[in-house]
Each structure stands twice: as C-alpha cells, then as structure tokens.
Write a protein that binds this ligand. Sequence first.
Ligand code: LLP
Length: 431
Amino acid sequence: MFICDNIGEKGGHLTFAGRDVTLLAKKYGTPLYLMDENKIRENCRIYKNAFKKYFGENALPLFASKAASFKRLYEIMTEEKMGTDVVSAGEIYTAVKAGFDLKNAYFHSNNKTDFDIEFAISNGIGYFVADNIEELSAIDREAGKKGIKQNVLLRITPGIDPHTFEAISTGKVDSKFGSAIETGQALEITKQALGMENIKLCGFHCHIGSQIFETEPFFKAGLVMLDFIADIKAKLGFEAEQLNLGGGYGVRYTESDPVFDIEKSIGELAKAMKEKAAALKINMPKILMEPGRSIVGNAGMTLYTAGTVKIIPGFKSYVSIDGGMPDNPRYALYKSDYTVYNASKTDKEVGFECSVVGRCCESGDIIQENVNLVKPERGDIIAVLTTGAYNYSMASNYNRIGKPPVVMLDGEKDYIAVKGETLEDIVRNDI
Ligand code: LLP
C-alpha cells in the first residue's frame, strides 16, 4: 500500500499520477520536482465543496502561497475559484503576473515593510491581515496617501497550543505573530483599527500551526474567536463580517501519519461554530481558511539519481543523491519524515538500511535517515514522496546549486511549469 492514491508501481518502476517516474527522470533529468495537477485540483475541491456544504456559498478557502508559489499555480487557483494568502511582494508579483485577481488575496506576515505595503495597495490587494498596531498605522498612512479605505483583518493570537512542532506552532500567546486576546492587545488593536480613517475593519484572523491531524485545536480556536467576536460586539459595537481560521491540516508523509478526513473535520467544525454563534447571539461571519500543505503536499514528488552508495562496515550506510538540502531543507530544519523509494526497482525486496543524503559540503545535508530501500546502484532513480509543499518554495542556491525544474503532470501530458536554473542563472546577479 502506498501512502497516497496517486502513487503506484508498474513493471518494477514507481509511478506518480499514473506515470512511470523513471521515464520522466530520463526526459527532464534530476533532481526534478513533479507536481500532480489533478491532485492539486482535487484537494482544492475538497475544501471548496466542504466550505459550500457546511459554511455556505459565501465561505472561501484561500491557498497559502508560501507552501508553493509559481505562476502556473495561481492560474490553477483562478480556475478552481480559490482565494490566496500571500506573504511578500514576491508572491504578490507572481500572482499578478499569472493574472490572479487580487481582490481575493489576503496579505499576511508579521512585518510588512513600507515597500510591501505600498506595493500591495498599488496592485489593489483585497485585504491586509495586519499583525500589530505599528503595522496597522503604516497601512492606514499608505491607504490615506492613495485616497482609499483599505480592507483589513486583524491577526489575533487565540492562545491555542496545537501540539505540532514548535517551529510551526503559531497560536500561543507568546508567539511572534498577532495580538493576543489574553493580554488585552487584541481588544486594543481592534479599538485602534475602528478609529482609523483609512482602514475598513472586516474581521479577524488566527492561525494556530501546521501539520495538524486533529479537529480539536481548530475547534478550540474557532470557538475562542467567536467568543472574542461577541466580546468585541458587546464592548465596541463592531460585528466582524469575516473570520479567517488560517491553515494547518496535515498531510501524510509516512505510513504512520493518519489518513485524515478534511471534509468531515470541516463539517464538525462548522456545526460547533454555528451552535456557538447562535448561543452568543452573533451572526456567523464569512469563514475563510488558508490551507497550503494540504493543497499541494501530496501533489508533489522529488526525483533524484543515486550516486555513491557507501557502506561503513559496523556503522551505517549512505546513499548520496544529486540534490539535497538546497531543494529540500526540511530534514535539516525540522527533522521532517519522508517516505523514500528506489523508483527503479520496486519489484525487488527492500532491506538496505541507509541514510539518504545530499551532495552539499556539510553533514547536516540529509533528506532522510534510517530508511529501508531496495539497495540502489549508481544511476537508480530515488523518489521522495509528499514534497509538494515547502520544498520548491523553501529551496536555496546553497553551494551554488541551481533549483530543479517543476514539471506538472496532467493525465498523459507533462509540461514544465518552472524551468530549472542553469549555471548562467547562478551568476545572473553577480556584478
Ligand atoms: N496561514 C498562515 C498565516 C500561515 O502562517 C500558514 C503557514 C498557513 C496559512 C498555511 O499552513 P498549512 O496549511 O500549510 O499548514 N515551512 C514549514 C511550514 C511553515 C508554515 C508557516 N505558515 C514546513 O516546511 O513544515
């Protein structure tokens, strides 16, 4: 059994989206990012349909661009009628270049520069999600200069610990993000926003963390936010039109990750929130969520070619591949789990315990430790699964290694969505 239904095997080779990955490796070279376009669309539709069914026509899922941002993805998001969450001028520019309508774009980050703010307003960004009072004032100033009233949500810290990795947990009171309810800062920023001439306060946002497989933390956050909305209504007479619950649903990296039913979780969440809103005598706001990982994670796979296979008798074995931390820094950063296959020999027995390591000059350049592979030979294709989120978007040019191309798979078709970087690209900005 494979961890996702777009993975399979045929004739001793691994398949992805129905395609023999060794042939794709031959055609495009390695390292290679593959993206399964139909899986991306299927994931978008899970959210779209569940939102419509449980939260109503008005509710909107936003794709969190930070998980993966390149022009083709924004075209797909337009076609799937998704909104988007952007966090930088670079993501906004990419969306604009792809013809994405920014009226459904929400601009995040905990420290937008004056340039970012000016750039976003000039491009007609739909909403800012303001992190703190200082930033809100800067947005107010810039909107004033442009003679507009800018739509804004306020990022609130609900004080929820989602029990995920510390580095990707964001909803606790001491987080660098947002204004905490607990400290009174959330009330304060709301007061200020309502008093600002060039700000139209539309509602609130929270994001508790990432790679979460339980409904409960979302439940808690949703209910805390409704309490907050009711409290604000009572104290300030302002009733939020929108509530953005952030991203965070998990994806399966390995067999030990549970199969998680997003539709069911959204249904349960909606039921609890509607009951709560009724009890608090407030209108249910328009609900937004910002999935990133669960839209593109299982739509991605990375292919490498095995080079050196090194056995250190009595110690351990290494399989070195032709990529590594520059195209996937997640093990180096978070010790993230991945499933790895020898894609050239799926019909042979596994049994070669090894670490799959990259080719950078540092010991921490590891893709995965303690994996059990069909023993690779130099030239075999090594596949790392579930790399669609936070791989290409977090890639670097460490050791002056060019980023691999992104190839999209769509039925029998395959096409390049992002070209691989050449040596010329590597020196392009050197003077
Ligand atoms: N909304 C906000 C405000 C966020 O900060 C994030 C992720 C999302 C939405 C999307 O969350 P998702 O649905 O993808 O879990 N680089 C880390 C993940 C960092 C997540 C940052 N924020 C990783 O590779 O695991």
